[in-house]
Design a protein around this ligand. Structure first.
Ligand SMILES: [Zn+2]
Length: 248
């Protein structure tokens, strides 16, 4: 293999990092070209490390990487969008951490979906500028499920495919919305009226005509229930052992 083939470029958003040895870090990132991957930043924990200073969480970074035997190594990093200063504000930080964690938990390594990179990148950009960053959570989460092929239809019962009428219920364990015939009442179901369902559909729509950002409370609750179901557990920031969604 030539030197050329062993190096590659990637546009990345830094998801988080953990220490390796005395001075290195393993940086987890979502790249536009190669999906989620871990790579070593050598010497990144030394106070004056040039590379360490450019790998701040949630930043958009253009990387040069070198293929290693087990983990690839970050050769250089150029920051393309620095968001850390804006994201230290607690509410923004909480929303950004949640956005990073959901991508980390739901995306498999090495399966690139450029649209997911763009969704994460544009959401972080918006969160860093927003006075009400929580408003982005519902739309971000549902767009993520849609891009992963797991967004349920908002017009039809997910079990019998009949058109939904007046009343319906989100049942996360079924992965979708049920009509009165198919519904098996239980505590976790979330009632959705036609306006909630229209809002749900608009939140999941690609940017453009008919897309919504503001979520009605029941639609937001339905999206959170689906996310918890697909993550197999309620998501909590920093829930992964030994892993920090914080300053790299
Ligand atoms: Zn049905």
């Amino acid at each position: 293999m030539s030197g050329e083939e062993r190096s590659y470029r990637a546009l990345a958003v830094v998801l988080g990092a953990r220490p390796l040895g005395e001075a290195d870090r393993i940086v987890r990132m979502l790249t536009r070209e190669f999906g989620k991957l871990d790579a070593v930043a050598k010497g990144a924990r030394r106070p004056k490390s040039r590379i360490g200073g450019r790998l701040e969480i949630a930043g958009r970074v253009e990387m040069m990487l070198h293929r290693g035997r087990s983990l690839d190594v970050i050769v250089s990093a150029e920051e393309r969008s620095q968001r850390w200063t804006a994201l230290v504000e607690p509410e923004r930080f909480a929303v950004a951490s949640l956005a990073l964690e959901r991508v980390d938990v739901l995306c498999e390594p090495g399966e690139p979906v450029p649209e997911i990179f763009d969704l994460l990148d544009s959401t972080l950009e918006a969160v860093a500028k927003s006075e009400r960053p929580h408003r982005f959570i519902a739309r971000y989460s549902l767009r993520l499920l849609d891009l992963l092929g797991s967004m349920p239809p908002a017009e039809r019962c997910c079990l019998c495919s009949d058109m939904l009428e007046d009343r319906s219920w989100l049942d996360a364990s079924e992965g979708g919305i049920l009509d009165a015939k198919c519904r098996r009442p239980h505590r976790e179901e979330i009632a959705l009226d036609p306006e909630d369902r229209a809002n749900f559909a608009a939140l999941g729509r690609e940017r453009g005509a008919g897309a919504a950002v503001e979520a009605r409370p029941q639609a937001a609750a339905a999206i959170e229930a689906l996310i918890a179901h697909y993550c197999a557990r309620p998501l909590r920031v920093s829930a992964l052992p030994g892993y920090a969604y914080g300053p790299v």
